[in-house]
Design a protein around this ligand. Structure first.
Ligand code: FUC
Length: 828
């Protein structure tokens, strides 16, 4: 009796313990980070799985009978070197400005459409090369099908059984070898027979085979909007057979009876840089191919995986795992808003990092609106760079998720725009420095495009320059700062010349200006205005950055003084009648406006001018604005909102946005969300939302832009326990490890690369293991990377009711650190 009773009790205890573990998400075995499916992609591109090495991108459909490997190369763009400034702008500038100051925004818009918006190219297109098609006869009936993308190794695998034979296809876009390779094998000798050819939407492509039995595609990209296509591209496919025979006709290769086949695909163009097309596409493609072909797939695989994991393995995230994690990815996506699946957030988070590693590599082109994956000859928005939010968003995860090298293509594009944008500043606005409008492309065009609603916005230079500064803040690399300082200075110089005095307020404002893509009804539905909040924030931030950079480099004292004087005359932020942060100088925001752009919250994120601790009134106004705009929106808008709610220190609301973003959508349907392959849906596919959400999840776990390192600033109730390793804070701090339980910090290990004061804000009291020196924080943070300029006092409408937001208790410490040392904190 006694024994039975004891056993029952112990059974209950075990059950209780298991439930506890399950609640903490720790009961399930660790799930590999894989996207996987029980069915082929069919014809749906948004089902296919992306691989890439920053030079080549490929979408693997995993179709059994007709496999498709859709191919991109990062420099295959329509057109050639060109400019699109409108020289009429300068003569009409005074008139446009006068109309705006007179409140005749619509008239100004009509004029701007004639004199500011380009008469030339509205930007060129990122074009696909085409698809390699593999046709397998007799494979219409198959079983045991599975396709997957292993994002821990960057390998896409398809397996199935047909006619009693199990077939395996593995594909990689090799990082060191710069080629796409697929290895096909079967568990029975002599079973591989298929034909291979290219299909392409390119109009001037030649598909051919060579005497060496290679399949090639070559041509010249499209003419577009009066710009002649000048990019010559070449793609080469060469196969290595184990057994069997290879034959070729004019446009196809045929494999018969092979045991295994390795398909090597290389691609290259004549593109050297935005003004030089002097490369040799044929030679480059052949060189990459020949080097790779000398190696077996087995030899290439480990170096590929190592090249990938060098980046990927730097960050680990564990939010717990439940049973849902064992389902196929499309089923997990469907169920995400219904069942607890915290591991799905980890998968999506790491997929964002996977996509950045795969689409952005040093020396390559930056990730565009679709990263490096596009199958359309006329892609949405040309698959180019929208630089009033989207391209910047692509790079939000770069520094904080420990991928700083991958920021390089975007930083280089900024430097290049600082070259091409000088003529734009001079010819269009009579200003020094450099200017870029809301879009650019591989030719680094900086004119105003699309129409005044979108194109009349010249704050891209300021925003993009901040990325250069951010790279410095994270790395402390002073030589880099000295190198890029002229770019920051040039952007600031443009605004020095372009600011004008507002006749009523006497503030210095940009005119013409707009708050990206929004158009207030109170201004005749026109976007044009002077001194919009976002632009004021960007210039405030840029001037502050330029002043600080000049001081660090010990130069340009007079220029800094000018910037300081001008900065004082910028409009402060304003809290309007509804308690909202005003988007425009006039208090005209419509609380029912749900526009996807909430540009005036730039000051909250990515900038740090609005903060819970430093500017509580503005923080409250930002919340009102966020609430007015609502949650559900386009993909990237929801991605931005995750970051904003993290900065609101509201983890549950940030999580709600993750749920909104992880809503399943199918191609052609309306509403933002996520496709089966976890690509973000604007819709259509736009990669920014993937990157924005990855940044936002990091911001929920650690923030460092506000003058301190804040751990667990926005933890949602559903992530009560978890751990993260390897994310980065500015000033060279690495969060080597952090564990939390029941919403409280259990342990944090911080490595200091550069030394300096570590100001640490945590949700509960901690102690330093094996050391002294941890003290309650006092005064300003002395760390040079954590200096934050005071936000000018806002103007608050008499009608506004500004409710201070109740904040959770936190504890703030200072700890002097030494470069190279690691510090461990545990809960008290
Ligand atoms: C801007 C956004 C759109 C879209 C496009 C690429 O124009 O307003 O939503 O993201 O860029």
């Amino acid at each position: 009796m006694m024994i039975n009773h004891a056993c029952r009790k112990c059974g209950f205890l075990v059950l209780f313990f298991l439930m506890l573990l399950a609640a903490n998400g720790l009961a399930q075995p660790k799930q590999p980070l894989k996207l996987w499916y029980k069915q082929p992609s069919g014809r749906v591109w948004e089902n296919a799985l992306p691989i890439g090495n920053g030079r080549m991108g490929a979408m693997i459909y995993g179709n059994v009978e007709k496999e498709l490997i859709q191919l991109n190369e990062h420099t295959v763009w329509s057109g050639g070197p060109n400019r699109n400034d409108n020289p009429l702008a300068l003569d009409s500038l005074a008139l446009v400005r006068q109309l705006i100051f007179d409140g005749k925004q619509k008239e100004a818009e009509r004029l701007a459409n004639r004199v500011i918006i380009t008469k030339k190219s509205h930007g060129q297109k990122f074009e696909p090369i085409g698809s390699l098609q593999l046709a397998f006869e007799g494979h219409e009936n198959f079983s045991d099908y599975r396709r997957e993308l292993d994002i821990e190794r960057a390998v896409a695998t398809t397996t199935y059984t047909a006619n009693g034979v199990t077939y395996t296809r593995q594909a990689i876009a090799s990082f060191p070898d710069r080629v796409v390779v697929m290895r096909l094998s079967a568990n029975k000798a002599g079973s591989l027979s298929f034909g291979a050819t290219f299909a392409t939407p390119q109009k001037r492509a030649t598909i051919a085979t060579t005497p060496a039995k290679e399949l090639t595609i070559s041509g010249i990209t499209s003419d577009h909007e009066s710009v002649k296509g000048m990019v010559q591209y070449k793609g080469i496919v060469r196969m290595k057979l184990e057994g069997g025979t290879l034959t070729a006709n004019d446009t196809a290769l045929m494999v018969r009876g092979a045991n295994a086949v390795t398909i090597y695909i290389s691609a290259a163009t004549n593109f050297i840089n935005y003004s030089d097309l002097g490369g040799d596409a044929d030679k480059r493609a052949a060189d990459f191919l020949n080097k790779a072909y000398a190696k077996s797939f087995a030899a290439m695989l480990p170096t590929h995986v190592a090249g990938y994991q060098k980046y990927f393995n730097r960050v680990k995230l564990d939010l717990g795992t439940t049973e849902a994690a064992s389902l196929p990815t499309d089923e997990r996506l469907k169920g995400f808003n219904k069942v607890a699946d915290p591991n799905f957030v980890t998968l999506y988070y790491q997929f964002g990092r996977y996509l950045l590693i795969s689409s952005s590599q040093p020396g390559g082109q930056p990730a565009n609106l679709q990263g490096i994956w596009n199958d359309k000859i006329n892609p949405p928005w040309d698959s180019k760079y929208t630089i009033n939010i989207n391209a910047q968003m692509n790079y939000w995860p770069a520094e904080k998720t420990a991928l700083p090298e991958l920021h390089e293509p975007f930083l280089r594009m900024t430097r290049e725009l600082a070259q091409t944008g000088q003529q734009t500043a001079r010819d269009m606005y009579g200003a020094r420095g450099w200017a870029a409008h809301h879009n650019t492309d591989i030719w680094r065009a900086t004119g105003a495009i699309d129409g005044a609603t979108w194109g009349v916005w010249s704050a891209a230079g300021g925003w993009m320059s901040q990325h250069l500064w951010e790279h410095y803040l994270y790395s402390g690399d002073k030589a880099f700062l000295a190198d890029i300082y002229p770019v920051i200075k040039g952007a600031a110089t443009f605004y020095v010349d372009f600011l004008v005095e507002h006749p009523k307020h006497k503030w210095l404002v940009i005119n013409p200006d707009s708050s990206p893509e929004n158009a207030p009804a109170a201004h005749q539905g026109s976007s044009l205005d002077a001194g919009t909040t976002m632009t004021n924030q960007i210039i405030f931030e840029l001037f502050s950055t330029a002043i600080r950079a000049a001081k660090i480099l010990n130069k340009d004292a007079a220029f800094s003084d000018t910037l300081e004087q001008l900065r004082k005359r910028l409009p402060p932020m304003q809290i309007g009648q509804h308690g909202q942060l005003q988007e425009w100088l006039d208090d005209i925001d419509d609380p029912k406006d749900e526009h996807r752009h909430i540009s005036h919250l730039y000051g909250l994120f990515p900038a740090n001018q609005i903060s819970a601790y430093r500017t509580p009134e503005l923080h409250s106004a930002a919340k009102t604005t966020l609430t007015h705009r609502g949650d559900v929106s386009t993909g990237w808008s929801m991605g931005w909102k995750v970051n904003w709610w993290a900065r609101m220190l509201d983890g549950n609301h940030a999580y709600k946005l993750i749920q909104n973003q992880l809503s399943p959508v199918t191609p052609g349907s309306r509403g933002g969300g996520t496709y089966n392959n976890l690509f973000d849906a604007h819709p259509p596919f736009q990669i920014d939302g993937n990157f924005g959400c990855t940044s936002g999840i990091t911001e929920m776990l650690m923030q460092s832009a506000g003058g301190e390192v804040h751990l667990l600033p926005a933890l949602p109730d559903v992530w009560q326990a978890g751990s993260v390793r390897g994310i980065k804070a500015i000033g060279g701090f690495e969060l080597v490890q952090m564990e939390w339980k029941a919403g409280k910090l259990v342990k944090a290990v911080v490595r200091s690369k550069l030394g300096g004061n570590l100001r640490l804000r945590v949700p509960n009291a901690v102690k330093l293991v094996g050391g002294t020196g941890l003290r309650p924080a006092t005064g300003n943070n002395a760390n040079i990377y954590y200096q934050v300029d005071a936000t000018p006092t806002p103007i608050i409408s008499e009608k506004a009711k500004v409710q201070p937001i109740a904040l959770q208790e936190t504890v703030v410490y200072d700890l002097p650190t030494v470069g190279g040392k690691t510090y461990t904190f545990v809960a008290q």
